[in-house]
Design a protein around this ligand. Sequence first.
Ligand code: SF4
Length: 328
Amino acid sequence: MKIGRILSGMRPTGKLHLGHLLGVLKNWVELQDSYECFFEIADWHALTTHYRETEEVVENVLNMICDWLAVGIDPKKSVIFRQSDIIEHAELFLLFSMIVPLPWLERNPTYKEQLREMEGRDLMTYGFLGYPVLQAADILIYRADTVPVGEDQLPHLELTREIARRFNYFYSPIFPEPQAKLSEVPELVGIDGRKMSKSYGNTIPLDTEEEELKKLVRSMITDPARIRKNDPGHPEVCTVFAYHKIFNKEEIEEIDYACRNAQIGCVECKMKLAEKLNQFLAPIREKRKIYSKDRDLTWSILLEGNKKAREEAQKTMELVREAMRIKI
Ligand code: SF4
C-alpha cells in the first residue's frame, strides 16, 4: 500500500556523480517502496539555462537513465519518463502562465541567486524566469502530493502550492497542494574540498573505473599543515577523512587516531579510501554497463515509463480543460 505520490526530477546536464547519489538518488531508491514515484528527466529544464548547448542533451538523457537504473531506481516500482515526451507538461505550463502574477516570479529568491551564480550566461529570458511555473506544471500534472526537496528548493515548492491554490480557487479544486519531504543527507564535498559540482571539475562520476578512481583519490586535498609523515595531522580539515566518514565508517576511529599521532601516511590513507570507494562503486559500474551497452533496452525502459506518465498527464489535462471550460 503506497502512502502518497511523489514527483521528482533531474536536469540532464552531464554525468551523475557521487554527490547526486548520496544527495538525491539514494533517497529516491528508498522512497520507491512507500510512494508511487514519478521520476522525471527534465530535459526542457536543462534548456532554461543551457539553451545554446543542445548537442549533448539526448546523450545526457541516456546516460541519466543508465545511472538511475544502476543505482537501483526500479522501473517495476517507479515511473521513469522524459519531460519532453509528455507534451501535456507544455500545455499545463502555458495555462498556468496565464494565471501566475509576474511579481511571484520576480521575487523568487532562487531566481535572483541563480542569476548571480551563473554570471556570464544570458539568463534574462522568459523561459528562465518562468522555470518555476514549468516545475509547478511538472508536479501538478501528476497531482503529486509529496516532493522530496532540499532546503534551497522550498521557495519553488511554495510557489507550486500558490499556483495550485489559485487554479483551484478560480476554476475547480483539482490539484493537491504538494508538501515537501525534507531528508537529511550527508554533505559530500568535492575532491578539492569545495562543494561537489561539475562546474568546479571536482566530482567523482558514478562510472569511474578503478584506476581513474585511484588517480582522483590521490589528488584529494588533505590537511595542508601535514607536510611530512611524522607531522601529526588534523583529520577534521581533511577531505580524505570526510570521505572515510561516509564510506569507511568501520575504520574511522582508527584512522582518526593514527592521523593525529602520525602513525599513518596520507598516501596509505588515500589508498584505503580508494579501495573502499571502489568496493562501493564496482556493483553500480557493472550494472550500469548492462544499460549503456544495450541502448535499445534502455530506451525501451524509458518508452514504457513515458507511456504510464502520459496516461496520468492526459487524465489531469482532461480535468483542467473541463475546469477551465475551454473544451466542449
Ligand atoms: Fe587526511 Fe588521512 Fe592524511 Fe590524516 S592521514 S591528513 S586523514 S589523508
